[in-house]
Design a protein around this ligand. Structure first.
Ligand code: PLP
Ligand code: ZN
Length: 421
């Protein structure tokens, strides 16, 4: 087997470090809260990969960055095309909002249609490195669909816990991919707790967000891609929707890796966008509360993928915003529905509510004067609009758009079209 470039796993609470074969998940002194940060030997990495070598690399997936990832170089990786999603220059939106440049990173284009494929791709490789018989996760739906799809092609048994209210498209994906599916009565938070118990009880490999330290490492690949796609000229801000906080923590981690390797010269401000009905981190940031002692909030938003009463990766998420001088923004469900239409019509990207929330956050931040006209920003769409058609229909309805109903004859059509330019 090859050599991992990991030096340590460091507890985000007490700073204690472990070797990668000493612990699989969290710091033993801090229960489930003791999330670990994966640390690397950057000199060793820089001997294997450079900005120049990437120009000659035609592996257009997250595995183009393999030396920067926490996997054994000899491990088998899933053959699905995870990562290297498009970064669109959203000219119409830049004009509309009066900013120098807006880029939209479309992770609705992932194999299972959400950002979560980035993390689940790492989960399956790590799980199989450990010889897992079963891999398990709880999820609002997308992390599950991602794990499920990647497991199918890798012949990996997996058990998935989702709230019974998860959107039908996401549940359909799980069943089509052949996962064992537990529809849990209650919220995502309840599904999470049950999955944690099951993983301990049966010794299943645990992919859970905010618990498995390697999920951040998958999610950081979006930061690598954004910087490479912008030819290593970093934007001023990156807007990302936040539920558990793993994505924003991952983006932060990716940027810190690139700084440590000397590939970028500064770190953009990270802007975390939460739904008003599920805004634990926004509240904690605004009121300067300790995320370890703050009580869970009630999570109620139509953006199911960011509905989390107790964000499991809250330590890393808060650090991402604080350490980059960014901010949290909260948006209402109505603003999210507007943003779905704004993104669809402005750049042709059809997003699920949680994906469009990032754009809703940008819209709000610009209107409140938090973003300078000379700034370049990146907005990440984290999930495809086809994931949740009822929400898309609500967005359309709110925008007042309606189809015409017409008999299959030219005359009735002419009545409708008469007077058009
Ligand atoms: C999971 C998810 C998010 C939020 O990611 P966290 O890591 O939970 O903050 C946002 N949008 C979509 C579509 C997601 O699936
Ligand atoms: Zn600790």
């Amino acid at each position: 087997m090859g050599k991992l470039q990991i030096t340590n796993l460091e507890c985000k609470i007490c700073g204690k470090t472990f070797l990668p074969d000493q612990v699989d998940y969290v710091c033993p002194d801090h229960g489930n809260e003791g999330i670990l940060d994966v640390q690397y030997d950057y000199d060793a990495i820089c001997r294997q990969i450079s900005r120049e070598s990437l120009k000659q690399n035609f592996e257009n997936t997250i595995w183009r960055y393999k030396p920067m990832l926490p996997v054994d170089p000899d491990s088998r990786v899933p053959p699905l095309a995870v990562g290297w999603t498009p970064l669109y220059n959203a000219v119409n939106l830049s004009q509309k909002l009066g900013l120098k440049q807006i880029w939209v990173k479309d992770d609705g284009r992932q194999p299972t249609a959400s950002f979560k494929d980035r993390a689940s791709a790492i989960a399956i490789v790590k799980g199989q490195e450990k010889g897992a018989k079963v891999i398990t996760t709880a999820s609002t739906g997308n992390a599950a669909a991602a794990l499920s799809g990647l497991c199918s092609v890798m012949n990996q048994k997996n058990v998935i816990f989702v709230p019974e209210t998860a959107p039908q498209a996401k549940v359909a994906q799980l069943l089509a991919f052949g996962s064992t599916v537990m529809l849990v009565k209650g919220s995502y938070d309840r599904a999470f707790d049950l999955c944690m118990l099951a993983a301990t009880e049966y010794g299943w490999y645990n992919r859970n967000t905010g618990f498995n330290p390697y999920m951040t490492e998958g999610k950081k690949t979006a930061a690598f891609e954004i910087c490479e796609q912008l030819n290593w000229e970093v934007p001023d801000r990156i807007f990302v929707s936040v539920g558990d906080g793993c994505i924003i923590g991952g983006i932060h981690k990716g940027l810190k890796d690139l700084m440590a390797m000397g590939w970028i010269e500064q770190i953009p401000k990270l802007i975390g966008v939460q739904a008003e009905g599920s805004s634990f981190l926004y509240q904690a940031w605004k009121n300067d509360e300790d995320v370890l002692t703050k009580a869970p909030v009630k999570a109620e938003t139509l953006a199911d993928s960011i509905s989390a009463g107790l964000p499991r990766d809250r330590l890393k998420a808060m650090a991402a915003v604080r350490e980059t001088g960014g901010e949290f923004v909260q948006v209402s469900d109505a603003e999210i529905l507007d943003a779905m239409i704004g993104l669809s019509r402005g750049v042709g990207v059809f997003a699920e509510p949680a994906g469009a929330a990032a754009y809703a956050g940008l819209f709000k931040a610009v209107n409140e004067g938090h973003v300078g006209a000379d700034e370049t920003v990146v907005v990440i769409n984290t999930g495809n609009g086809l994931k949740d058609i009822p929400a898309a229909m609500s967005a359309v309805e709110q925008s007042g758009t309606q189809p015409f109903r017409v008999e299959p004859e030219l005359e009735p059509l002419k009545k409708i079209v008469s007077g058009w330019p």
